[in-house]
Design a binder for this molecule. Structure first.
Ligand SMILES: Cc1cc2nc3c(=O)[nH]c(=O)nc-3n(C[C@H](O)[C@H](O)[C@H](O)COP(=O)(O)OP(=O)(O)OC[C@H]3O[C@@H](n4cnc5c(N)ncnc54)[C@H](O)[C@@H]3O)c2cc1C
Length: 455
């Protein structure tokens, strides 16, 4: 790419281009992944995105879409050079349609900014995650973000009623809308969600909202062992309580977060915690439900159950990933298995760590069977890390697939898992996906190098 000529062309059209200070646009939140960007383009509107993709197709320039850069699979890293297309300045909430309960947003809106705006209308956008202060809705859609409330409301895909997107070459497509039902042809918005910026650039999304439940109660349950906590999560969920979250945290993961924040949770001798939450519209009923959940947790082997100070407990849960990132090394595997196989997956993760002489911590969205298996390196000088980490990760991925699971639950394939995809998907399925990619982006210019090694 002739960087100077491209920047001049786009600037002449009034589109912002950065040629300095590009280093932060070359990484995300994935350990050790970086590629130096050649040019960062920051459009403000759909027509500006069209101009960029028109030029890119004409001149054969790779384009890597980027949201908040919080991804954990290297999806927004510009491995083939070209343009980093940062959607951060397309950050307007175009509409909160409170009567029909939809939000119409640009892709650069930060997740928690939408939460704030919805709250003013007594509404909730029900996707939430620890990165909510930085991740953007375009990135959430592109990865089909999950998070802690998916157990009740589903992942991002379940909230998306419509999308406007720009195809490589500059064509705009609009699919879906402020509709609760819609059977008009292929639901392309559902295809674009989860496509990790390899099919189209999302420039607008229509998102379903729900009434904001005014009452929310959180329990912290302490268990002697991780295995007991994992089984208890299943047992409580199976009883049909309307849980809006049920999160599993292994002791060592909680310790890392507590140390970073300088806070202490009750029951420091526990082997693991479950964090369970219920929300509702009637205070008395919510109280009754949370009490019933507490009793069920005790029946399932909890040593102690407390009605927890919500902010403190969630602060610890939300800080785990950041605390792990501060260690000299880590490698995160975003597993999901059918829920009932979760305890077995956790057992195999610990066995893989032990067999390779390294440490692992497990935490995550127990209600979905979505456990983050993070191998951690506490000392940079630990000689067991380098030979052990590859086989340990591989063993967890193989165990996940053998248990009927997926090599990525909510972080996407990106760069990190692209070579692992054939573990899970057969050649015919991979070929069908590749054919779609070729149809939408024949020259392979949109987020190249992601999902497939050749893609
Ligand atoms: C502390 C922490 C906690 C996290 N917790 C969770 C969690 O609970 N659940 C969860 O799902 N994830 C979680 N994540 C991962 C991450 O926050 C999500 O994957 C998030 O959805 C990424 O959004 P982003 O805006 O940062 O995207 P980026 O990292 O910028 O990009 C991610 C992908 O989206 C593509 N993309 C971005 N914008 C667009 C667009 N407009 N059009 C097309 N493609 C686009 C990029 O090309 C890339 O492939 C966590 C991350 C951190 C650091």
């Amino acid at each position: 790419m002739d960087r100077k000529a491209v920047a001049e062309h786009l600037r002449a059209l009034g589109i912002e281009c950065l040629t300095e200070g590009l280093e932060p646009y070359g990484r995300d939140e994935t350990m050790d992944l970086f590629a130096a960007p050649e040019l960062v383009v920051r459009p403000r509107s759909t027509p500006e995105v069209q101009e960029v993709l028109r030029l890119a197709e004409r001149d054969g320039i790779p384009v890597t879409p980027r949201g908040g850069g919080t991804g954990k699979a290297g999806g927004c890293i510009p491995v083939r050079g070209g343009i980093v297309l940062s959607l951060e300045r397309m950050n307007r909430i175009r509409e909160i349609d409170a009567s029909n309960r939809f939000a119409v947003v640009e892709p650069g809106v930060v997740l928690w900014t939408l939460h704030e705006e919805c709250r003013k209308h007594g509404l909730l956008y029900p996707v939430d995650m620890s990165s909510g202060g930085s991740c953007e809705l375009g990135g959430n859609l592109a990865c089909d973000g999950g998070g802690e409330r998916a157990v009740k409301y589903g992942t991002t895909r379940a909230q998306v009623a419509g999308v406007e997107a720009v195809l490589m070459g500059g064509e705009v497509i609009r699919t879906g809308g402020k509709l609760r039902k819609n059977a008009a042809g292929y639901a392309l918005h559902h295809l674009i969600v989860g496509s990790e910026g390899t099919l189209a650039v999302i420039t607008e999304a229509t998102l379903r909202l729900v009434p904001l439940p005014p009452f929310r109660k959180t329990l912290l349950a302490a268990f002697a062992s991780l295995d007991r906590a994992a089984h208890a999560a299943l047992e409580v969920e199976a009883k049909g309580f309307p849980l809006s979250a049920i999160e599993l945290v292994e002791r060592a993961a909680a310790d890392l977060a507590q140390r970073m924040l300088g806070v202490v949770l009750p029951h420091p001798g526990a082997g693991a915690y479950l964090l369970a939450e219920v929300e509702g519209f009637q205070g008395g009923r919510t109280e009754e439900e949370i009490e019933a959940v507490g009793s069920a947790l005790l029946e399932s082997g909890a040593e102690e159950v407390d009605v927890a100070p919500r902010e403190k407990v969630w602060a610890v849960r939300h800080a785990i990933a950041e605390a792990i990132k501060k260690l000299p090394g880590y490698s995160a595997v975003d597993t999901v298995v059918p829920r009932t196989r979760m305890p077995e997956l956790i057992r195999r993760a610990h066995a893989a760590a032990k067999a390779n002489g390294i440490e692992v911590v497990c935490f995550g969205h127990a209600g979905d069977g979505n456990i983050h298996v993070d191998f951690i390196r506490r000392e940079a000088s630990d000689p067991r890390w380098d030979p052990g980490i590859g086989p340990a990760v591989r063993a967890v991925l193989e165990a996940t697939v053998a248990l009927g699971g997926s090599v990525t639950a909510e972080h996407g394939v990106g760069l990190l898992r692209r070579d692992d995809l054939p573990l899970q998907l057969d050649p015919a399925t991979l070929a069908a996906m590749a054919a779609l990619k070729r149809a939408w982006d024949p020259k392979g210019l949109l987020n190249p190098g992601k999902i497939w090694p050749q893609g």
